[in-house]
Design a binder for this molecule. Structure first.
Ligand SMILES: Cc1cc2nc3c(=O)[nH]c(=O)nc-3n(C[C@H](O)[C@H](O)[C@H](O)COP(=O)(O)OP(=O)(O)OC[C@H]3O[C@@H](n4cnc5c(N)ncnc54)[C@H](O)[C@@H]3O)c2cc1C
Length: 305
């Protein structure tokens, strides 16, 4: 590949684009700032036979230590804006969800308060069907523009295949834009709800640490007896358990923390030990919520489709 399109860089370090701060570089990396640029890059990658990956805020992402082959994109400029018009909020896929919640509250719009504590982008939230405090992304999402090798297509929430912490988007599809339909409300009330949600979150979860939030999904196995993944890990003695530079948080047993010099391999080792203990003690196979980018060796039997 002697000639790279404008803006494409080689060997770009990705760890700093993730909240856990582990993993190697992207073989190729670009920050498309317009839909046309995104379409050109995704089309070029397809014509070169390159895989396409996307990084949002990297708040649910584990990057392979050996790095990521192909083209990794991070949406920028026009693809990360937030525009309000009446009760409609139109966002770039790279817009930060807490900023969307705050802008909506400021404008007296209700429906997307749950985004205040989700430190990801709109695109990452759509891919993950992100959720908090019973808020529902699908309930307020009007449409999503999805870019793939064949161009951009508008999809309704019903066409996105949402399930618990997942969507039916193909791995190389990029959420370029999304539009939300909210409802009018008193701005002061919406802001008070945000403040309350922030305070509840601060009391329940560690802050200021390098983590990707919840590591495992909450199980739907009846043997869990309604216990969360965090409660099961805690009961299995995982709270504070450390391997290499990584460990389960002392404040929240389902959060893995990078203590400073962790590798992705350390994080996987911690996850594997937690999963092994919960399986041994309760017979419950926890499934990871965190997404892998590049060849991260998550054992195949960890993931049920
Ligand atoms: C402290 C903390 C608290 C959290 N709390 C919650 C919570 O309450 N509820 C919850 O649901 N999640 C929570 N999370 C997890 C995380 O914030 C969400 O999953 C979020 O939606 C991920 O968005 P992101 O932009 O960071 O995606 P990334 O982590 O960058 O990527 C996650 C996945 O989405 C894909 N992706 C990213 N952008 C796009 C795009 N534009 N188009 C297509 N695919 C894309 C990536 O390729 C990857 O597969 C928390 C995380 C942390 C660190």
């Amino acid at each position: 590949m002697p000639h790279l399109p404008e803006g494409v860089q080689r060997a770009y370090p990705l760890a700093r684009l993730t909240t856990i701060r582990t993993g190697g570089p992207a073989e190729l990396f670009a920050r498309p700032g317009t839909l046309e640029e995104l379409e050109r890059l995704v089309g070029w990658a397809a014509s070169e036979g390159l895989e396409v990956g996307v990084v949002g805020s990297g708040s649910n992402l584990l990057v392979a230590d050996v790095g990521v082959r192909g083209l990794v994109l991070k949406l920028d400029k026009e693809l990360s804006t937030i525009e309000l018009e009446g009760t409609t909020v139109r966002c770039g896929g790279g817009a930060r969800l807490p900023a969307v919640s705050a802008r909506a509250a400021q404008a007296g719009l209700t429906g997307i308060e749950f985004g205040v504590n989700i430190p990801g982008t709109v695109g990452g939230a759509v891919r993950m069907n992100a959720n908090a405090y019973g808020g529902e992304l699908a309930a307020v999402l009007a449409w999503v523009d999805v870019t793939g090798a064949g161009g951009t297509e508008r999809r309704s929430p019903a066409e996105l295949g949402f399930a618990y912490r997942r969507s039916g988007l193909a791995p190389d599809e990029v959420v370029a834009r999304a539009s939300f339909t909210l409802h009018e409300a008193a701005s002061e009330e919406v802001k008070a709800t945000l403040a309350d949600m922030r305070a509840r979150r601060k009391a329940a979860q560690p802050s200021g640490i390098k983590t990707f939030g919840s590591t495992f999904k909450n199980p739907d196995d009846p043997r869990a007896e309604s216990r969360t993944a965090g409660q099961l890990l805690d009961a299995a003695g995982c709270r504070g358990l450390r391997i290499g530079g990584a460990g389960f948080s002392a404040k929240h047993a389902n959060f893995v923390e990078n203590h400073g010099d962790a590798t992705t391999a350390d994080v996987i080792a911690v996850m594997a030990e937690g999963r092994r203990r919960v399986l041994g003690q309760f017979g419950i196979a926890l499934e990871p919520e965190v997404q892998a980018l590049g060849p991260v060796e998550l054992p195949a039997d960890w993931i049920r489709e």
